[in-house]
Design a binder for this molecule. Structure first.
Ligand code: ADP
Ligand code: ZN
Ligand code: ZN
Length: 726
């Protein structure tokens, strides 16, 4: 607690790996900073940095404390609930409090200059055009600005500078005359808030009743609904009811591309202020969203992963759409899971958390099955359309050329002829994933990484998809000198070209990281698809997520067989999620959907479990297997990853660490083993996998390792609850 007296010592969390806070002395001349406020301090010999006050004391175990240089916030920046979340999260992810706080804090607020958040003024016309014309007879410039405001507001004065350079000034003059009004937020146009007047399906109704019964206290709910079952409608009803109680709502989506769609759907249905928050925004814009959420001006924030840290004045609930999505796990720096933190935050703030998915992760599924989470099932589609027909096509008997078999091509032609659209899904970009020598079997690999090079035809180059290094094509095999060096396998580039050759006059729209590099390209591609003409979409994973393509009636999935040979115990779970999600794209609207899966193993039991029995039954079986094999979610996992230019150095370092772990009876240690990508950018990468049946014992062990191996020359870190083995 903040004392009224002048505390002598201030505990400050900083972005440092060795302590949760450092003590600083508070000079008599400086007013005490608020708990949770930012201060300016010096760190090391010269550096000045921003820190966050996490406590006060009368004295410190350390001598000769440095002074607080300046207090940056007059009122708390983080409230006590925010600090409590950071403390628990730091403990869970085995990092310092400062590391957690500074992972959360937008960069704008980390600057020592402490510039105020760049607020915006959105101008809006207040009177009719006739009234303005009467008042502005003698002021033609003002009238011109007014006319524009009237037609296009709310708008910032920056967007009016094409009329006059002094637009800001003119807007003020209009305000003085009572004609215009400024707002800090771009108001969502509430006039258009509409109600589609749906009668909820029985499933939706049952789910909605259960949510209402919950009193809005902490409870995790799994909204488990097949694609097209109307999950969004349930979110919206919940949001509406929370807004009526003057509460705020945080909605998370897995990727930036999904924010506009959900934002739009929600904004049409509520009376309130909304904002999006993601890494595509400028620093200032992100800081602004925090500012408005903190001060209670925003009602709904639709955000990606890092949005989980947004401070709110009165948060009422957190909704996580597509909760199974791996994008919720941060894959560098502090490897937190936004979904798991949402549950933690729900507990800290005592508010409900809704996890939505058509294919829940096994972790979440397990909690639902055990009754830890309230399980809300939506099993029927709102339009009563049946789920798509699944065809497993054997590629041993239907040999594909350019990636697609004749049968698939004919199906594509027939769906296009009916005026529909088609998606060809393939999780591999480029022309082909390998270049090999037919004489000796040599395969082109990256010099710096342990991966094959991908051939990109439009560049006529080989590219490493891990470090982006590029290579010229070899004319001869470097191993045997043969000229029989050829590309093998197929990627999206090749599929798209094959389709162009076979389907003249049809648009082929490619969605992958090579062809969609900017939001604008993304938008252009979407527009081509939304225009409604028959077309073929060729896409990678980028497209498997909640995008709605109403005219899509056929999905062809190319090459999923690698998953059957993966060493990742989750690979079948991921494949099941992917296939279910991708299939769900087919036939969302009026048309009956069809899905073709090209595979060498049509008789694999995996397909039978997933497609004849459904995802829930599949997940059930998987859970039994995981329990037998002692893998998560039955057990708890952490990976220690290390890398070094010298392979021997990493190996002996991790071997030493392994020896320290081996005495622990609750934790199973595997390794050191090479990472899935054993070499990346010249660094040799190895890992040890810690698998424990008690989370507490596992975390205690990691804590001990962190202390013991703290100042080592080998770069290493811990990944708690890892989702990949890269
Ligand atoms: P999901 O997110 O579960 O895949 P959506 O929320 O996108 O499904 O809903 C699919 C479609 O059904 C949307 O176009 C939505 O507007 C519509 N919809 C939702 N609820 C109903 C309802 N009760 N009656 C009719 N249509 C509905
Ligand atoms: Zn060769
Ligand atoms: Zn490389």
């Amino acid at each position: 607690m903040q004392s009224n007296r002048h505390p002598k010592v201030v505990q400050v969390a900083l972005k440092i790996p060795f302590a949760d806070h450092l003590d600083y002395q508070l000079p008599e001349t400086i007013d005490p900073p608020p708990l949770g406020g930012r201060v300016l301090v010096s760190l090391g010999h010269t550096k000045q940095v921003v820190g966050v006050v996490i406590g006060f004391a009368e004295n410190s175990p350390h001598n000769s404390l440095k002074p607080i240089i300046d207090v940056l916030d007059k009122a708390a920046f983080f409230n006590e609930k925010n600090l409590a979340l950071f403390k628990q999260a730091a403990k869970y992810y085995q990092i310092t409090l400062g590391e957690m706080i500074f992972t959360a804090l937008p960069s704008w607020y980390k600057k020592t200059t402490n510039k105020p958040v760049p607020l915006q003024k959105w101008w809006q016309a207040k009177k009719t055009l006739e009234q303005a014309q009467k008042l502005l007879v003698a002021a033609p410039k003002q009238l011109e600005v007014y006319q524009y405001l009237n037609a296009h507001g709310p708008i910032t004065s920056k967007s009016l500078t094409h009329i006059t350079a002094s637009a800001a000034q003119v807007c003020k003059q209009l305000a003085e005359k009572g004609l215009a009004q400024a707002n800090e937020l771009c108001l969502v146009d509430n006039q258009s808030a509409s109600d589609p007047g749906f009668t909820l399906t029985d499933d939706q109704q049952a789910a909605w009743l259960k949510i209402q019964k919950n009193d809005n206290l902490f409870k995790v709910m799994l909204l488990d609904g097949v694609t097209g079952s109307g999950k969004t409608e349930v979110y919206i009803r919940f949001i509406q009811s929370l807004l009526e109680q003057q509460k705020q709502v945080l909605v998370l989506v897995p990727e930036i591309g999904l924010t506009p769609q959900l934002f739009h759907e929600i904004s049409q249905r509520i009376n309130g202020q909304m904002a999006v928050l993601h890494s595509g925004l400028s620093e200032g814009a992100r800081a602004r969203v925090w500012h408005h959420a903190k001060t209670g001006k925003l009602d709904v924030v639709v955000a990606t992963r890092s949005g989980i840290f947004t401070p709110f004045l009165n948060l009422g609930a957190i909704l996580i759409d597509e909760e199974h999505d791996l994008s919720y796990k941060q894959q560098d720096g502090i490897r937190y899971s936004a979904r798991d933190l949402a549950v933690l935050r729900g507990k800290v703030e005592n508010i409900p958390v809704v996890l939505g998915s058509a294919t829940p992760s096994l972790e979440t599924f397990n909690h639902a099955q055990k009754g830890n989470y309230l399980w809300l099932k939506l099993r029927s589609r709102t339009n009563q359309n049946p789920l798509p027909t699944i065809v497993l096509q054997n590629t041993n008997t239907n040999k594909p050329t350019m990636g697609l078999s004749n049968k698939s091509l004919n199906a594509i032609r027939s769906h296009l002829a009916d005026g529909n659209q088609v998606l060809v899904f393939l999780n591999r970009r480029g022309w082909s994933p390998k270049m090999i020598c037919h004489e000796c079997g040599w395969v082109a690999e990256c010099d710096d990484c342990d991966v094959y090079l991908t051939y990109h035809k439009h560049l006529n180059l080989l590219k490493c998809h891990h470090c982006d290094r590029r290579y010229l094509l070899p004319e001869f095999c470097p191993a045997c000198g043969s000229q029989h060096v050829e590309t093998m396998g197929v990627g999206t580039e090749k599929i798209a070209e094959g389709l162009k050759e076979n389907l003249s006059g049809i648009d082929i729209v490619r969605f992958d990281r090579d062809s969609v590099k900017t939001p604008k390209q993304w938008q252009q591609n979407l527009e081509t698809v939304r225009s409604g003409n028959p077309c073929v979409i060729v896409g990678t994973q980028m497209l498997s997520k909640g995008h709605d393509f109403p005219l899509l009636s056929l999905v062809v999935v190319v090459n999923v067989d690698n998953s059957f040979f993966s060493s990742d115990f989750r690979s079948t779970e991921y494949l099941a999620q992917l296939l279910t999600q991708v299939s769900g794209r087919a036939g969302r609207a009026e048309t009956k959907g069809e899905v073709i899966i090209q595979t060498q193993f049509p008789d694999h039991p995996f397909f039978d479990a997933l497609f004849t029995q459904g995802y829930e039954a599949f997940a059930d079986q998987q859970l039994v297997e995981r329990t037998e094999l002692q893998f998560p979610p039955t057990t708890y996992l952490a990976i220690i990853r290390a890398q070094h230019r010298d392979a021997n150095v990493v190996e002996s370092f991790l071997t030493e660490m392994t020896t320290c772990c081996n005495q622990n009876q609750h934790v199973n240690v595997l390794g050191p083993i090479p990472a899935l990508i054993a070499k990346k950018q010249k660094m040799h990468r190895m890992q040890i996998i810690l698998n424990g049946n008690q989370r507490r014992a596992l975390h205690a062990l990691i804590h001990q390792l962190k202390k013991q191996f703290n100042a080592d020359k080998v770069q290493w870190f811990v990944d708690i609850d890892p989702v990949t083995f890269e």
